[in-house]
Design a protein around this ligand. Sequence first.
Ligand SMILES: Nc1ncnc2c1ncn2[C@@H]1O[C@H](COP(=O)(O)OP(=O)(O)OP(=O)(O)O)[C@@H](O)[C@H]1O
Ligand SMILES: [Mg+2]
Length: 468
Amino acid sequence: MNQPNQPNQPFQKSIFSKKEGEQTSDADKAATLPHKQTTNTSSKSENAYKDLKKKLHTKLLAELDTSKVNNDDVKTNEKVKNQIVNLIETLLTEEGVPLGLSDRKKLIEELIDDILGLGPIEPLLRDTAVNDILVNGPKKVYVERKGVLEKTDIIFDDETHLMRVIGRIVSNVGRRVDESSPMVDARLQDGSRVNAIVLPLSIDGAALSIRKFSEKKFILDDLIKFGAMTENMCEMLKLCVLCRLNIIVSGGTGSGKTTFLNALSRYIPNHERVVTIEDAAELQLQRDHVVRLETRPPNLEGKGEISQRDLVKNALRMRPERIILGEIRSGEALDLLQAMNTGHDGSMGTLHANTARDAFSRLETMCLMSGIELPQRAIREQIASAVNLICQLNRFSDGSRRVTQIAEVTGMENGIITTQDIFIFEQKGVDENGKVKGIFKPAGIRPVFSKKIEAMGYKLPPAMFNPT
Ligand SMILES: Nc1ncnc2c1ncn2[C@@H]1O[C@H](COP(=O)(O)OP(=O)(O)OP(=O)(O)O)[C@@H](O)[C@H]1O
Ligand SMILES: [Mg+2]
């Protein structure tokens, strides 16, 4: 295929398009958009389009230096992109298939996305309004926009197409996905978090979940603007971080825990040394002096795993002033509590729980997962003396996220950890547009930790705790 490029034939009638002046039916529209769901009437032209695309794709791969294609720099390299466009044009001419301008443009875009990017979901990755991309098998792609999940009309050609895209993602981080290794965590070049789980574990086809990396680093003031908390809560939280309270951020999936933790970290004084530990590095701590550690999964022989526990233990040898655990999932909970109790105050971590009370049960269970046999009472004592503050986050039906409870741990009574609320969010139904209504209420008490804050020369403004 070393022929020179043939000129485009833009005025040729497309086999996929209507005659000029003819009305375009919905089915035709769908036929020109091969990633979209179509009706039966359009399936013939859709298949023809698919076949052509497949043929060109195979030819393109054969023509291109694939090692170059796997290089992510290629994505931004306009020169390579132009070369591929020229190659597609030449192949199209060779095929001699009449193709209208819009189909030609669409086909080129899709092939470029397939060759250089992540195929049909590439436009979603470019769409800054999309937070999450959730693929349930080749024919169902959902996104989360402004906190609300919606189904898109994007589809993959088939399971093989989806697997090719997943394969590209995971091979970029030196991993593979197949029947023998059917679950994998990975990251896109831009830092987006990816999980893929494939057949036979995912019964109806491979499932791909992408939490997109947010370019925008939210600060606590942004969260006030979003209505996630009040200024009073924010002022108190800033002092709590500055004055080295140990903080647990609790919430359900996608409730904003990582965003909140990032925003809190801004108030850690710059001279302090922070070590972060995560399964998939997501935290973007807004500071200079930080060492980021990430776990390593076991290799194909099941060896070489480095767990969060290993990393917490290692972190303690790195002279950290604070340790931040992106997500406490298991036995590392005990190591974190011990670290909090032994001079690394100001440490923080997030965990999945639906209420602050649940968060304690989760912590307790996770401590037991460490394999160190401790009586329940001893674990509770560790929790009670280590944790100062629990911030509970919730995601509401309208997609909004809020800090729904800030509680401080006050001690132990009769073997039970005692807490007192400092702020709570009281929901007052929803308005006519389905938006959640409610108020943030200070409990009106002076927290026990205010002594620590005062000892460090700061003061919580008393007005902050006036009940409204
Ligand atoms: N207060 C907020 N208001 C609106 N959007 C928010 C808010 N906090 C976070 N988000 C957005 O919600 C999405 C999920 O946030 P984040 O990753 O922080 O949640 P998470 O609780 O850590 O999720 P996971 O449980 O999956 O780790 C992100 O796209 C983020 O930008
Ligand atoms: Mg998170």
